[in-house]
Ligand binder design. Structure first.
Ligand code: S3P
Length: 446
């Protein structure tokens, strides 16, 4: 059974995890397919999508924009409305979804109506000026009503001008927002990245026949003008989410005697830098690519066996390719001999929680020595991890999942509070942990 909202759970020490599993569909790709399917003409069928709180949030919002969709198990059917959506009545609530709101904002920029976007407390604390600035440069008026460039956001869609935009931060969400708005511009829109980031939007658009060109750090799209693009609906199969598989990779690497195989995982190189970092730390990882690609992405089977780890330094240029996995490097660092250093990761401060602080607080609660910097942290590996304590999710799905792995190696049970947020990206996480041999006890209330 998945954990109910506002519930807590307790994870007890477990010597090793073993088994074979598949993970939920990729979150980034599921969101993009939903949004592009809504924009296409005709029926999109997507198999193996992520069925989660975040996906439902995005789909509900698309419904408010006049898009019909059905979820049957993990198959999503979307009846695209074409490039012109229905003006919504009232606010569009994007809940906790950073990807949903930033990508949708790009598409709403091209719609001939005004939309007001809101989100939950976490999303409302995250910076939105990073999308307002490029959209403003594209001639779209965006007001951010929250203090310091925060939600609610009012987007006055309509005319979009092409732009060449140099991204001030490495962000696939912002890149995608600009490219999607660029679909409604007359001419070429170029985004120049600081460092390459995940390219799912580009791959999907290309597969739908949109001219997208990548030249080093420059990505250029040819827009169709204010009438919007005419996109064919098509069928997709979503690969397993590497960011979900990453929990099991790290768990197995951290627990000697473990042996976990994960099948059908997306292996886009812009997502998988964790593999190199764990190998550098001494992890035994086998990668067997599949013959077939899925949703324009390579996939494969990953097998990890546990052993002794040594500390490492995550290089700044590795950060964008493992941005969501950095908490896991901190977990492995806590189990490793020596020091693990993460730098160049200031973006962690503006995720679902301030992940530098959430991770440091949890590590300290388990007796691990950690120092923090504005853009990273330094973790001293510890032979004893203190159990008996409590770790709060900070409303951030990746925090309890990451720490549950460390709890397996602690000297007593660890309680996790407010774990409902895990349903954002991995609703059956605790079931899978149990299936692999982890000891998990659910509690209701907080
Ligand atoms: C995502 C991009 C990343 C990542 C997020 C999903 C995406 O955010 O952290 O979980 O789907 O484009 P940024 O692009 O803001 O770094």
């Amino acid at each position: 059974m998945s954990a109910p909202e506002k519930s807590s759970c307790q994870v007890s020490p477990t010597p090793a995890l073993r088994g074979v599993l598949t993970v939920p569909g990729d979150k980034s790709i599921t969101h993009r397919i939903a949004l592009l399917g809504a924009l296409a003409n005709g029926e999109t069928i997507a198999q193996k999508v992520l069925v989660s709180d975040d996906s439902r949030t995005v789909l509900r919002v698309l419904g408010r924009l006049g898009v019909e969709w059905t979820l049957a198990g993990d198959t999503l059917y979307i009846l695209g409305r074409g490039p012109q959506w229905r003006a919504p009545e009232g606010d569009l609530d994007l809940g906790n979804s950073g990807t949903g709101i930033r990508l949708l904002a790009g598409l709403l920029a091209g719609q001939p109506f005004t939309s007001r976007l809101t989100g939950d407390a976490s999303l409302s604390s995250r910076p939105m000026n990073r999308i307002r600035d490029p959209l403003t440069r594209m001639g779209v008026a965006v007001e951010l009503e929250g203090e310091g460039g925060r939600l609610p956001a009012v987007i006055h869609g309509g005319r979009v001008s092409p732009v060449e935009y140099v991204l001030p931060v490495a962000s696939a969400q912002v890149k995608s927002c600009v490219l999607l708005a660029g679909l409604f511009a007359d001419g070429l829109t170029t985004v120049v990245e600081k460092r390459p980031t995940r390219d799912h939007t580009e791959r999907l658009l290309q597969a739908m026949g949109v001219p997208v060109e990548t030249d080093g750090l420059r990505v250029t799209i040819r827009g169709s003008g204010s009438a919007g693009p005419v996109l064919p609906a098509r069928s997709w199969v979503v690969p397993g989410d590497f960011s979900a598989a990453a929990f099991w990779l790290t768990a197995a690497a951290c627990l000697p005697g473990s042996d976990i195989e994960i099948r059908g995982v997306g292996l886009n190189p812009r997502r998988t830098a964790l593999l190199g970092v764990l190998r550098r730390m001494g992890a035994d990882i086998e990668i067997v690519p599949d013959d077939n690609a899925s949703a324009c992405e390579t996939m494969g089977t990953l097998r990890v066996r546990g052993g002794a780890l040594r500390g490492t330094r995550v290089l700044e240029n590795e950060v964008p390719d493992m941005i969501d996995e950095l908490p896991l490097v901190a977990m492995a660092g806590a189990r490793a001999e020596g020091t693990t250093v993460i730098t160049g990761a200031a973006e962690l401060r503006v995720k679902e929680s301030d992940r530098i602080e959430s991770v440091a607080t949890g590590l300290r609660a388990m007796g691990v020595e950690v120092t923090t910097q504005p853009d990273g942290m330094e973790i001293s590996g510890s032979s004893v991890l203190r159990g008996g304590g409590q770790i709060d999710s900070h409303g951030d799905h990746r925090i309890p999942m990451a720490f549950s792995l460390l709890a397996l190696a602690a000297d007593g049970p660890v309680t996790f509070t407010d774990v409902g947020c895990v349903a954002k990206s991995y609703p059956h996480y605790w079931d899978d942990l149990q299936r692999l041999g982890g000891s998990v006890e659910h509690r209701s209330g907080n």
